[in-house]
Design a protein around this ligand. Structure first.
Ligand code: HEC
Length: 216
């Protein structure tokens, strides 16, 4: 025991010194379970054909083909129009051409779209979409800018969905962007809800149906 106590620190320092070799090791040595060391996850463009070749030589079959049944993030609801640079409005107007990919929302989705509107937008635009939410209160509220009157103003009733989407995505003057609060699908849902409310406010022809499919 006494011996061990005496020699142990010496052995330890010997070990530490031995590991401080000046030689730089680039080779990790034998790989136990290469599947775990080399990810086979889907990483776009991260592996070149040459790298694949090199991996194959080591017996690793790497394929950067997407996992079957999966889809690139954002591919479902593409919106290729970037934000205008300061002082430009070309993209804002170009966005008028973009159509809402969500059509004929079912009743349950419309209820969710309404909920999203009430949570995120009604504080300014008003639960009735009259541009007079509690934050504005006809000018008496703390919010300085008049929110758009989404129902009852011909300008916004004529506004194409794509342009609304642009403004909700990138913001418009005092209104900020909602891109981080609502995902792409939710933004289109909210816009479908606004459009349905606009349509419902019009004196509809007899037995007309709105986008929820219910009789007005
Ligand atoms: C903090 C207040 C506020 C909130 C919350 C808000 N908005 Fe707005 N919104 C405004 C104001 C103010 C304007 C008018 C901007 C302008 O034209 O100067 C506006 C304008 C708009 C317009 C017209 C855009 C255009 O291009 O003229 C749309 C559409 C719109 N809002 C939708 C929404 C939706 C959908 C939400 C919820 C996701 C929302 N807003 C949340 C304040 C708000």
């Amino acid at each position: 025991m006494q011996i061990l106590k005496k020699w142990f620190p010496l052995c330890l320092s010997g070990l530490v010194l031995a590991s401080c070799s000046s030689e730089v090791r680039r080779d990790p040595g034998k790989v136990y379970m290469p599947d775990m060391a080399y990810s086979r996850a889907y990483e776009t463009y991260s592996v070149t054909p040459e790298q694949k070749e090199a991996l194959l030589k080591k017996g690793i079959h790497y394929s950067n083909v997407p996992v079957p049944g999966t889809m690139k993030r954002g591919a479902l609801f593409p919106f290729d129009i970037p934000k205008d640079p300061e002082g430009d409005t070309a993209n804002y107007y170009a966005s008028r051409q973009v159509k809402n990919p969500l059509t004929n929302l079912d009743a349950a989705t419309m209820v969710e779209a309404e909920r999203l509107f009430l949570v995120n937008c009604a504080i300014c635009h008003g639960p009735k979409l009259d541009g007079n939410g509690p934050l504005y209160k006809g000018g008496d509220g703390p919010y300085p800018a008049k929110p758009a009157t989404l129902v009852g103003d011909a300008k916004y009733e004529a506004m194409p969905e794509g342009q609304m989407y642009y403004s909700v995505t990138y913001g418009k003057n005092k209104m900020g962007s909602y891109a981080s609060q609502l995902d792409t699908r939710q933004r289109w849902m909210v816009i479908a809800y606004i459009k349905s409310k606009q349509a419902a406010s019009k004196p509809a022809p007899e037995a007309a149906t709105d986008s929820t499919g219910s009789k007005k």
